[in-house]
Design a protein around this ligand. Structure first.
Ligand SMILES: C[S@@+](CC[C@H](N)C(=O)[O-])C[C@H]1O[C@@H](n2cnc3c(N)ncnc32)[C@H](O)[C@@H]1O
Length: 255
Protein backbone atom coordinates (compact mmCIF):
# COMPACT_ATOMS: atom_id res chain seq x y z
CA UNK A 1 0.00 0.00 0.00
CA UNK A 2 1.31 3.49 -0.90
CA UNK A 3 1.73 5.31 2.43
CA UNK A 4 1.50 8.94 3.55
CA UNK A 5 4.61 10.09 5.38
CA UNK A 6 3.84 12.41 8.28
CA UNK A 7 7.45 13.59 8.44
CA UNK A 8 6.71 15.25 5.08
CA UNK A 9 3.24 16.56 5.98
CA UNK A 10 4.23 19.66 7.93
CA UNK A 11 3.01 19.38 11.51
CA UNK A 12 2.09 23.10 11.46
CA UNK A 13 -0.06 22.55 8.39
CA UNK A 14 -1.76 19.60 10.05
CA UNK A 15 -2.97 21.70 13.00
CA UNK A 16 -3.91 24.67 10.83
CA UNK A 17 -6.11 22.66 8.56
CA UNK A 18 -7.81 20.42 11.14
CA UNK A 19 -9.50 22.96 13.36
CA UNK A 20 -11.17 21.57 16.47
CA UNK A 21 -13.63 23.92 18.13
CA UNK A 22 -14.09 24.05 21.89
CA UNK A 23 -17.59 22.57 21.48
CA UNK A 24 -16.35 19.57 19.46
CA UNK A 25 -13.41 19.01 21.76
CA UNK A 26 -15.79 18.97 24.74
CA UNK A 27 -18.02 16.42 22.99
CA UNK A 28 -15.01 14.12 22.40
CA UNK A 29 -13.66 14.56 25.93
CA UNK A 30 -17.12 13.69 27.31
CA UNK A 31 -17.34 10.60 25.09
CA UNK A 32 -13.85 9.46 26.13
CA UNK A 33 -14.59 9.98 29.80
CA UNK A 34 -17.95 8.12 29.55
CA UNK A 35 -16.19 5.08 28.09
CA UNK A 36 -13.19 4.85 30.42
CA UNK A 37 -13.55 2.96 33.73
CA UNK A 38 -13.03 5.45 36.51
CA UNK A 39 -10.29 4.94 39.08
CA UNK A 40 -7.80 7.13 40.87
CA UNK A 41 -5.01 7.06 38.30
CA UNK A 42 -5.90 6.33 34.69
CA UNK A 43 -2.98 5.36 32.44
CA UNK A 44 -4.10 6.48 28.96
CA UNK A 45 -2.36 5.82 25.63
CA UNK A 46 -3.10 8.11 22.65
CA UNK A 47 -1.78 5.98 19.80
CA UNK A 48 -0.85 7.81 16.57
CA UNK A 49 -1.18 11.00 18.64
CA UNK A 50 0.18 13.32 15.92
CA UNK A 51 0.58 16.85 17.26
CA UNK A 52 -1.30 16.02 20.46
CA UNK A 53 -4.68 17.49 19.41
CA UNK A 54 -6.32 15.06 21.83
CA UNK A 55 -3.47 13.93 24.14
CA UNK A 56 -2.87 17.39 25.63
CA UNK A 57 -6.52 18.25 26.48
CA UNK A 58 -7.08 14.70 27.79
CA UNK A 59 -4.17 15.16 30.22
CA UNK A 60 -5.06 18.76 31.09
CA UNK A 61 -8.82 18.50 31.42
CA UNK A 62 -9.57 14.88 32.27
CA UNK A 63 -6.50 14.55 34.51
CA UNK A 64 -5.42 11.19 33.03
CA UNK A 65 -1.81 10.13 32.97
CA UNK A 66 -1.34 10.34 29.19
CA UNK A 67 1.28 8.83 26.90
CA UNK A 68 1.22 10.14 23.33
CA UNK A 69 2.87 7.73 20.87
CA UNK A 70 3.56 8.27 17.17
CA UNK A 71 6.08 7.05 14.59
CA UNK A 72 6.71 10.54 13.19
CA UNK A 73 9.40 12.54 14.98
CA UNK A 74 8.15 15.71 13.22
CA UNK A 75 4.67 15.34 14.70
CA UNK A 76 6.12 14.66 18.16
CA UNK A 77 8.37 17.74 17.98
CA UNK A 78 5.28 19.88 17.40
CA UNK A 79 3.35 18.04 20.13
CA UNK A 80 6.12 18.60 22.70
CA UNK A 81 6.18 22.32 21.83
CA UNK A 82 2.42 22.61 22.42
CA UNK A 83 2.63 20.72 25.71
CA UNK A 84 3.93 23.72 27.64
CA UNK A 85 3.31 22.21 31.07
CA UNK A 86 4.86 18.85 30.04
CA UNK A 87 1.72 16.99 31.04
CA UNK A 88 2.11 14.21 28.47
CA UNK A 89 4.84 11.59 28.06
CA UNK A 90 5.76 11.57 24.32
CA UNK A 91 7.14 8.40 22.76
CA UNK A 92 8.27 7.43 19.30
CA UNK A 93 6.58 4.08 18.65
CA UNK A 94 5.37 1.92 15.80
CA UNK A 95 1.75 1.16 16.63
CA UNK A 96 2.01 -2.33 15.11
CA UNK A 97 4.85 -3.28 17.43
CA UNK A 98 4.79 -1.35 20.69
CA UNK A 99 7.65 -1.51 23.19
CA UNK A 100 5.30 -1.33 26.21
CA UNK A 101 4.93 -4.40 28.44
CA UNK A 102 1.61 -6.31 28.52
CA UNK A 103 -1.17 -4.71 30.62
CA UNK A 104 0.41 -1.23 30.82
CA UNK A 105 -2.67 0.97 30.18
CA UNK A 106 -6.29 1.41 31.30
CA UNK A 107 -7.37 2.87 27.95
CA UNK A 108 -6.04 3.20 24.42
CA UNK A 109 -7.42 5.90 22.11
CA UNK A 110 -6.72 6.24 18.39
CA UNK A 111 -7.85 9.01 16.07
CA UNK A 112 -7.39 8.52 12.31
CA UNK A 113 -4.71 5.86 12.66
CA UNK A 114 -5.88 2.42 11.47
CA UNK A 115 -5.89 3.29 7.75
CA UNK A 116 -2.16 4.02 7.85
CA UNK A 117 -1.02 0.41 8.13
CA UNK A 118 -1.35 -2.61 5.83
CA UNK A 119 -3.26 -4.66 8.38
CA UNK A 120 -5.13 -2.68 11.07
CA UNK A 121 -5.54 -5.83 13.16
CA UNK A 122 -1.77 -5.61 13.86
CA UNK A 123 -2.47 -2.38 15.76
CA UNK A 124 -5.66 -3.60 17.45
CA UNK A 125 -3.92 -6.79 18.66
CA UNK A 126 -1.19 -4.61 20.17
CA UNK A 127 -3.87 -2.48 21.88
CA UNK A 128 -5.34 -5.66 23.39
CA UNK A 129 -1.93 -6.77 24.65
CA UNK A 130 -0.99 -3.44 26.30
CA UNK A 131 -4.41 -2.95 27.92
CA UNK A 132 -5.11 -4.13 31.46
CA UNK A 133 -8.07 -6.51 32.04
CA UNK A 134 -11.26 -4.41 31.87
CA UNK A 135 -9.40 -1.77 29.83
CA UNK A 136 -11.03 0.29 27.07
CA UNK A 137 -10.17 0.66 23.39
CA UNK A 138 -11.52 3.71 21.53
CA UNK A 139 -11.16 4.42 17.82
CA UNK A 140 -12.19 7.74 16.26
CA UNK A 141 -12.36 7.69 12.45
CA UNK A 142 -14.25 8.47 9.29
CA UNK A 143 -15.46 5.09 8.03
CA UNK A 144 -15.19 4.37 4.30
CA UNK A 145 -18.95 4.63 3.79
CA UNK A 146 -18.96 8.03 5.50
CA UNK A 147 -16.01 9.61 3.71
CA UNK A 148 -16.72 8.35 0.18
CA UNK A 149 -19.00 11.28 -0.67
CA UNK A 150 -17.25 14.08 1.20
CA UNK A 151 -15.66 17.00 -0.72
CA UNK A 152 -12.12 15.58 -0.44
CA UNK A 153 -13.31 12.46 -2.29
CA UNK A 154 -15.92 13.90 -4.63
CA UNK A 155 -13.64 16.64 -6.02
CA UNK A 156 -10.57 14.37 -6.05
CA UNK A 157 -12.05 11.03 -7.20
CA UNK A 158 -8.62 9.32 -7.35
CA UNK A 159 -8.63 9.41 -3.55
CA UNK A 160 -11.50 6.90 -3.48
CA UNK A 161 -9.37 4.18 -5.03
CA UNK A 162 -6.61 4.76 -2.43
CA UNK A 163 -9.02 4.93 0.47
CA UNK A 164 -10.88 1.81 -0.61
CA UNK A 165 -7.64 -0.12 -0.15
CA UNK A 166 -6.84 1.35 3.26
CA UNK A 167 -9.87 2.77 5.07
CA UNK A 168 -12.08 0.27 6.89
CA UNK A 169 -15.87 0.39 7.04
CA UNK A 170 -17.56 0.59 10.43
CA UNK A 171 -18.40 -3.14 10.27
CA UNK A 172 -14.78 -4.00 9.46
CA UNK A 173 -13.54 -2.02 12.48
CA UNK A 174 -16.05 -3.76 14.76
CA UNK A 175 -15.02 -7.17 13.36
CA UNK A 176 -11.33 -6.38 13.89
CA UNK A 177 -12.04 -5.41 17.51
CA UNK A 178 -14.05 -8.59 18.12
CA UNK A 179 -11.46 -10.82 16.46
CA UNK A 180 -8.75 -9.31 18.69
CA UNK A 181 -10.80 -10.42 21.73
CA UNK A 182 -12.62 -7.21 22.68
CA UNK A 183 -16.13 -7.49 24.20
CA UNK A 184 -19.07 -5.04 24.25
CA UNK A 185 -18.01 -3.60 20.90
CA UNK A 186 -20.24 -0.75 19.77
CA UNK A 187 -20.10 2.37 17.60
CA UNK A 188 -21.57 5.84 17.59
CA UNK A 189 -21.64 8.08 14.50
CA UNK A 190 -21.45 11.85 15.00
CA UNK A 191 -22.25 14.42 12.34
CA UNK A 192 -19.86 17.30 12.91
CA UNK A 193 -19.26 20.72 11.40
CA UNK A 194 -15.52 21.16 11.87
CA UNK A 195 -15.12 23.91 9.26
CA UNK A 196 -16.30 27.45 10.03
CA UNK A 197 -16.66 28.13 6.28
CA UNK A 198 -16.23 26.29 2.94
CA UNK A 199 -13.13 28.42 2.32
CA UNK A 200 -11.42 26.98 5.41
CA UNK A 201 -12.08 23.47 4.11
CA UNK A 202 -10.77 24.45 0.68
CA UNK A 203 -7.65 25.94 2.33
CA UNK A 204 -7.13 22.59 4.09
CA UNK A 205 -7.36 20.76 0.77
CA UNK A 206 -4.87 23.22 -0.80
CA UNK A 207 -2.47 22.30 2.04
CA UNK A 208 -3.19 18.55 1.47
CA UNK A 209 -4.45 18.34 5.05
CA UNK A 210 -5.91 14.89 4.58
CA UNK A 211 -3.11 12.44 3.89
CA UNK A 212 -4.81 10.83 0.88
CA UNK A 213 -4.38 14.11 -1.06
CA UNK A 214 -0.61 13.55 -0.88
CA UNK A 215 -1.06 10.22 -2.70
CA UNK A 216 -2.82 11.32 -5.92
CA UNK A 217 -1.16 12.81 -9.04
CA UNK A 218 -0.41 16.54 -8.93
CA UNK A 219 -2.42 17.15 -12.13
CA UNK A 220 -5.47 15.44 -10.65
CA UNK A 221 -4.95 17.38 -7.43
CA UNK A 222 -4.94 20.71 -9.29
CA UNK A 223 -8.02 19.79 -11.34
CA UNK A 224 -9.81 18.83 -8.11
CA UNK A 225 -8.96 22.18 -6.51
CA UNK A 226 -10.33 23.98 -9.55
CA UNK A 227 -13.63 22.05 -9.30
CA UNK A 228 -13.75 22.58 -5.55
CA UNK A 229 -13.30 26.38 -5.94
CA UNK A 230 -15.93 26.56 -8.67
CA UNK A 231 -18.42 24.56 -6.61
CA UNK A 232 -17.97 26.89 -3.62
CA UNK A 233 -18.44 29.93 -5.77
CA UNK A 234 -21.62 28.45 -7.37
CA UNK A 235 -23.02 26.97 -4.11
CA UNK A 236 -21.69 29.09 -1.22
CA UNK A 237 -24.45 28.05 1.18
CA UNK A 238 -24.29 24.28 0.63
CA UNK A 239 -24.13 22.69 4.08
CA UNK A 240 -22.45 19.56 2.72
CA UNK A 241 -19.27 21.64 2.37
CA UNK A 242 -19.08 22.00 6.16
CA UNK A 243 -19.98 18.53 7.39
CA UNK A 244 -17.98 15.46 8.39
CA UNK A 245 -19.29 12.17 9.78
CA UNK A 246 -17.09 10.69 12.45
CA UNK A 247 -17.40 7.34 14.21
CA UNK A 248 -16.28 6.28 17.69
CA UNK A 249 -15.98 2.51 18.09
CA UNK A 250 -15.32 1.20 21.58
CA UNK A 251 -14.65 -2.16 23.18
CA UNK A 252 -13.50 -3.70 26.47
CA UNK A 253 -10.86 -6.23 27.34
CA UNK A 254 -12.39 -8.90 29.59
CA UNK A 255 -11.72 -8.68 33.35
C1 LIG B 1 -4.22 11.62 10.60
S1 LIG B 1 -2.91 11.73 11.77
C2 LIG B 1 -3.88 11.75 13.28
C3 LIG B 1 -3.17 12.42 14.44
C4 LIG B 1 -3.99 12.53 15.72
N1 LIG B 1 -4.42 11.24 16.20
C5 LIG B 1 -5.19 13.44 15.49
O1 LIG B 1 -6.31 12.95 15.31
O2 LIG B 1 -4.99 14.65 15.47
C6 LIG B 1 -2.23 10.09 11.79
C7 LIG B 1 -1.03 9.94 12.70
O3 LIG B 1 -0.68 8.54 12.78
C8 LIG B 1 0.73 8.43 12.77
N2 LIG B 1 1.07 7.07 12.32
C9 LIG B 1 0.93 6.53 11.09
N3 LIG B 1 1.35 5.25 11.09
C10 LIG B 1 1.78 4.98 12.35
C11 LIG B 1 2.35 3.83 12.97
N4 LIG B 1 2.56 2.69 12.31
N5 LIG B 1 2.69 3.92 14.28
C12 LIG B 1 2.49 5.06 14.98
N6 LIG B 1 1.96 6.18 14.44
C13 LIG B 1 1.61 6.15 13.14
C14 LIG B 1 1.17 9.54 11.82
O4 LIG B 1 2.53 9.87 12.00
C15 LIG B 1 0.22 10.67 12.21
O5 LIG B 1 0.73 11.48 13.23
Amino acid sequence: MKKANYDDIAADTFDLSRPISEERLKTWLDLISENVNHKEKIEFLDLGCGTGRFSIPIAKRLGYSVTGADNSEEMLVKARKKDEASQVKWDIQDATSLSYPDASFDAVFMSHLLHHVDDPSDIVNECYRVLRPGGTILNRYGSMEDIRDDPEHRFFPGTIEFDETRTPTLKQVEDIFQNAGFKDVSSKVLVEEPYPSPEVRLRGAELKFTSVLTLIDQSEFEKGLENFRKYISDNPGDHWLLEDRMTLTSGKKSD
